[in-house]
Design a protein around this ligand. Structure first.
Ligand code: ADP
Ligand code: TRP
Length: 329
């Protein structure tokens, strides 16, 4: 599918962990690109994160960190709104209203919910109702497109179902949004060769220290082919990661070195380390500047919330009127 243009797009990021290279190439980079040609709303899903984080300090710290990371990686608050989900508390009201038209069976079929149960996580109502809040996030801004990874496809289908159900009961009140599944360059592998994911503890952080990055890269699992022997560049996590950070000529040179032999995995890891470190250098500098100016970051988030709330207010008036909620204030 072609990337949306001149549309209202909305997406949320859960502040549940430290953003990693897989998140960058699989989502963040595309989110930032979409701001150029669309009206963008992006929020830090801190209400959602409460289903997994109960330490207030950690929730606050992680939430601000996601905002800092997005801004450092090129998110431009002049072009799109960045805000905290909880700064538009009306979403919880819409979530309640949607829940009154959402069949239990729809929520019971959620893959994300079933996966969590299978992993032994004790279910609470928040976890069960997660897709309803997510639907409210999307519908409250009359969003046209929701750019998300494949893993969120079902949540988007559920959102459309809820909106259609609501409209069936109350008339054409909610705008039916469309999904835009982000075309990831590829699934980014983690240091053990599986998909990079915080659940597998195999991630490489975007903004770790040089020392931490070196440690991670040096611990990439390799086979025991001796240094002198030729190696297969098509079966190497190091080469796969290098492709993301190095210029095509540099990748070609590494491939030749692999095939020629006399080039160890240690050499390749060093090249990867340097390529990755310099790739994120400008972002790192921007991040440091932002970290030293958290007041500015909070102001950006405040402005983003104002813009978002303005849209949300219009939709909520429509929804309340349609549902017959008497207004006496
Ligand atoms: P994690 O797997 O670490 O829990 P999330 O599920 O929070 O990551 O992913 C957030 C976004 O980043 C999603 O859009 C997802 O598709 C993308 N993403 C995560 N890991 C990768 C990866 N290894 N390769 C490509 N995209 C990824
Ligand atoms: N569920 C999404 C995730 O885990 C985060 C999210 C919450 C979201 N609300 C949203 C994404 C609304 C898009 C639109 O990644």
């Amino acid at each position: 599918m072609k990337a949306p243009k001149n549309k209202r797009i909305l997406s949320g990021v859960q502040p549940t962990g430290i953003l990693h290279v897989g998140n960058y190439f699989g989502a963040i980079r595309q989110h930032i690109e979409l701001q150029e040609t669309n009206e963008g709303y992006y929020f830090v899903a801190n209400y959602h994160a409460m289903t997994t984080i109960s330490d207030p300090r950690i929730l606050e710290e992680n939430s601000l960190r996601v905002a800092l990371d997005y801004l450092a990686l090129g998110f431009d608050p002049e072009k799109a709104a960045l805000f905290m989900q909880s700064d538009v508390p009306e979403v919880t009201e819409l979530a309640w209203m949607l829940s009154t038209v959402t069949p239990m069976g729809l929520l019971e079929r959620s893959h994300a919910y079933k996966d969590k149960l299978a992993r032994g996580i004790t279910a609470n109502h928040g976890l069960f109702a997660y897709p309803v809040l997510m639907a409210a996030d999307i519908l409250i801004y009359d969003s046209d497109y929701v750019p998300v990874g494949k893993d969120q496809k079902q949540h988007l289908e559920m959102t459309r179902d809820m909106a259609e159900k609501f409209n069936l009961v109350y008339g054409e009140v909610l705008k039916i949004p469309r999904e835009y599944i982000l075309p990831s360059v590829a699934v980014v592998p983690g240091i053990d060769g599986q998909k990079m994911s915080k659940s597998y503890d195999n991630t490489i952080e975007i903004f770790g220290s040089y020392k931490a990055l070196k440690k991670k890269i040096m611990s990439i699992i390799t086979d025991s082919t001796p240094l002198e022997a030729p190696k297969d560049p098509d079966k190497s996590v190091i080469v796969d990661l290098y492709k993301l950070f190095a210029a095509p000529a540099e990748v070609a040179a590494m491939r030749e070195n692999y095939l020629a032999g006399g080039y160890g995995y240690g050499h390749a890891k060093k090249a990867l380390l340097e390529a990755m470190w310099s790739y994120f250098e400008p972002h790192r500098q921007r991040r440091e500047a932002l970290e030293n100016n958290l007041d500015h970051v909070r102001e950006v988030l405040r402005q983003g919330a104002l813009r978002a709330r303005e849209k949300a207010t219009v939709v909520m008036e429509r929804v309340r009127d349609a549902a017959g909620l008497v207004r006496c204030r």
